[in-house]
Write a protein of this length. Structure first.
Length: 280
């Protein structure tokens, strides 16, 4: 069964409820396919139609919400949604039989949840972050977010120290934006991104090793969340290089918003739940 974990809540009730419903529908689909049935291909087609219908409805609601708040990320979201819909539509039940129907639907549900989880943590979490408040308000909010305050403490010394280091690296990027005397910031941006990626991977490994050593039940949820973040950094470092060079300051602002939002959300909702074992 797939779990809708705390880090999946983006703070927009109507969207959160639809995300939760998609997880529930997916789990219900898997359970339904396990039940005795004389015509599993027909059942699979019925369940697939229901999943597709609700997914399309949700994506439409999400895009309408973003349009209503003039979210500049809407074109990016539409592209991601279109690719996802194309992939789902490519799943064919033509060769579906009573023997393989359950596996076919299991594969589809697995793809759906993997995509949805990654999409929520890398894209949906940013809905509304670029459209609200004045420029001055955004600057003030960003400066506050860059402060590693007591609310982020997990009580695990090495985790807190490494989180603070991540905040320091992101702060360095923010200072780079504010440096009006430095016109071509491309090389420095790449340096910071590489440093962030390397240190993030180092931190995640330490954190996961610790969780494994104390037999923490939330380890797999953490690993999935970590993968999403690293994938995004890889995408930024190796895919978005032209975008970085074309509009450096705008790109850095968007990147900082994502990094801070994800890191804050992850620490507050997941990392603070990790117990401290003094013997480790």
């Amino acid at each position: 069964m797939y779990r809708f974990t705390e880090d999946c809540y983006i703070g927009i009730p109507e969207i959160d409820q639809e995300h939760l419903k998609l997880f529930q529908l997916t789990n219900e689909t898997i359970e339904s396919m396990k039940q005795p049935c004389t015509d599993k291909p027909a059942l699979a087609q019925y369940l697939l139609s229901g999943l597709k219908e609700y997914t399309l409805t949700h994506l439409s609601h999400e895009e309408t919400y973003m349009e209503n708040i003039n979210d500049p990320e809407l074109p990016k979201q539409k592209k991601e949604h279109a690719k996802f819909i194309e992939k789902v539509n490519s799943y064919s039940l033509e060769n579906c039989t009573n023997e393989n129907a359950e596996q076919i639907m299991q594969d589809l549900c697995s793809f759906l949840i993997r995509w949805l989880y990654h999409h929520i943590l890398s894209s949906d979490i940013m809905i509304g972050k670029f459209s609200s408040n004045t420029k001055a308000d955004k600057k003030k909010n960003l400066e506050e977010a860059l402060t590693f305050s007591a609310k982020y403490y997990t009580g695990i010394p090495f985790v807190d120290e490494e989180h603070k280091k991540l905040f320091d690296i992101i702060r360095e990027a923010y200072q780079l934006i504010e440096d009006q005397l430095l016109h071509d910031k491309y090389d420095k941006i790449i340096k910071i991104l590489n440093e962030l990626k390397e240190y993030t991977e180092f931190h995640f490994k330490n954190e996961e090793d610790y969780m494994e050593s104390i037999h923490y039940t939330g380890l797999e949820v953490q690993r999935k969340a970590h993968t999403v973040f690293v994938d995004r950094l890889v995408e930024v470092t190796y895919t978005d290089l032209n975008k970085i060079d074309e509009n450096q300051e705008e790109y850095l602002h968007e990147l900082l918003d994502f990094l801070l939002t994800w890191l804050s959300n992850h620490i507050l909702k997941l990392d603070r739940q990790i117990p401290f074992d003094k013997s480790k």
